[in-house]
Design a protein around this ligand. Structure first.
Ligand SMILES: NC(=O)c1ccc[n+]([C@@H]2O[C@H](COP(=O)([O-])OP(=O)(O)OC[C@H]3O[C@@H](n4cnc5c(N)ncnc54)[C@H](O)[C@@H]3O)[C@@H](O)[C@H]2O)c1
Ligand SMILES: [Zn+2]
Length: 363
């Protein structure tokens, strides 16, 4: 059974995720003269003759989506291009692309005229299964990732899984890393369901994708609706990200985000086992049946433990003297601690690296 839509409540304005097997939903926006389409250049190249073939070409603004482009300068360029078009406050921006397109257009929509309507059509697995809900928009500033941002949900989100079929493997499996994370946070039943879907997900089968995306969004919904502004329970979505972000930055982003999150979950699980919070049985179970789906190639990556720990110390979400860590405990509940010592983090990384633990789950 698939859902047709999910409604999310928000303190800003409620919004809907609508699932569609076609691009017909774009039609009502195509005939509206106050609409502008902001489209990822690569998505346009890939789908201009297919899923996006009816978009009015004169109303499209193409944007490039490298992480280095997620800047205030890109937002300013977008303001300029929109202002060249006799804009109106009642205009709607339709954003078509992955998480970077979402962040640039969402931030622009939230600040232009103090907020104009926007609609999001996510085209990557990460954006469809995770980032499209939650109302955050974020821009990088100098070397600081996602430093500047707002809470401003789109009015509607349209998900067509057909977009995902053209993603490259790196982006696909990176998105799958977040799907695995959300299912672990969803509890035992979600994990068993995901395990059954894994063979079809590896083959990128459409029905399996739709099921995994819908469950991921419902699980994320349960974390964000009670804590939209990220002061408590929503922090648990950071599972895998405490070590994960540090691994990404210490390896100069040689490891893609979703893969780094998987390594981060394995590391957090080791800490949880050592602290007696997670059984060895579950730890091995996750390593054997769940994590190997994400292919992590560490052969060519220089993995410097002290640099990873330094990066953890610089984490913007850190508040106390020691390091913060979200862990999954034995009953599939997530907890956040603020007392991970540098020594404990170093030991776990050493054990992980030197004990060859990262190869074992993937062999
Ligand atoms: N706002 C939020 O709540 C939130 C949450 C999580 C992540 N993010 C942000 O999202 C970004 C990562 O998102 P992403 O992984 O979607 O990245 P992305 O937008 O860069 O897309 C990844 C790559 O896939 C290409 N692409 C997109 N759709 C495609 C398709 N259908 N077929 C072929 N290629 C396609 C893009 O051109 C790009 O090269 C990061 O900047 C991260 O900070 C935001
Ligand atoms: Zn993430």
């Amino acid at each position: 059974m698939y859902l047709e839509e999910i409604t999310l409540t928000s303190r800003i304005a409620d919004y809907k995720v609508i699932f569609s097997r076609t691009s017909d939903f774009l039609e009502k926006y195509m005939i509206d003269p106050n609409t502008v389409f902001i489209v990822d250049e690569k998505v346009w190249e890939t789908h201009s003759e297919g899923l996006l073939k009816n978009l009015p070409k004169s109303e499209i603004i193409l944007i490039q989506t490298h992480e280095e482009m997620k800047t205030l300068e890109s937002v300013q360029n977008l303001y300029d291009k929109i202002m060249e078009r006799a804009p109106k406050r009642n205009m709607t921006m339709i954003s078509i692309g992955g998480g970077i397109t979402q962040d640039i257009t969402g931030f622009t929509a939230s600040t232009l005229y103090r907020g104009i309507k926007w609609v999001f059509v996510p085209t990557t697995l990460l954006a469809q299964a995770d980032s499209c809900v939650g109302s955050k928009t974020s821009i990088n500033y100098k070397k600081y990732k996602n430093l500047i941002g707002t809470f401003f949900p789109p009015q509607e989100i349209y998900i067509n899984t057909a977009f995902v079929s053209t993603l490259n493997d790196v982006d696909y499996f990176s998105g799958l890393g977040e799907v695995v994370k959300l299912h672990l946070l969803g509890g035992e039943r979600s994990v068993s369901k995901l395990i059954q879907l894994l063979p079809s997900l590896i083959e990128k089968k459409d029905d399996a994708l739709l099921a995994a995306i819908q469950d991921s969004l419902l699980i994320k919904q349960s974390y964000i609706e009670s804590d939209e502004f990220d002061t408590g329970r929503r922090n648990m979505l950071n599972f895998g990200h405490c070590f994960g972000h540090a691994i990404e930055s210490a390896t100069q982003f040689a490891i893609p985000h979703g893969q780094a999150v998987v390594l981060g979950m394995i590391l957090a699980n080791i800490v949880a086992v050592k602290r007696g919070l997670l059984s060895e049985t579950k730890y091995h179970y996750f390593n054997q049946v769940l994590f190997p789906i994400i292919k992590v190639n560490l052969e060519d990556v220089s993995f410097k433990i002290n640099e990873i720990v330094d990066a953890m110390r610089q984490d913007k979400k850190r508040t106390g003297k020691e390091l913060a860590l979200v862990m999954l405990i034995d009953n599939y509940e997530a907890i956040k601690v603020n007392d991970l010592t540098t020594e404990e983090a170093t030991n776990v990384l050493q054990e992980f690296y030197e004990g060859n633990i990262m190869r074992r789950p993937f062999s």
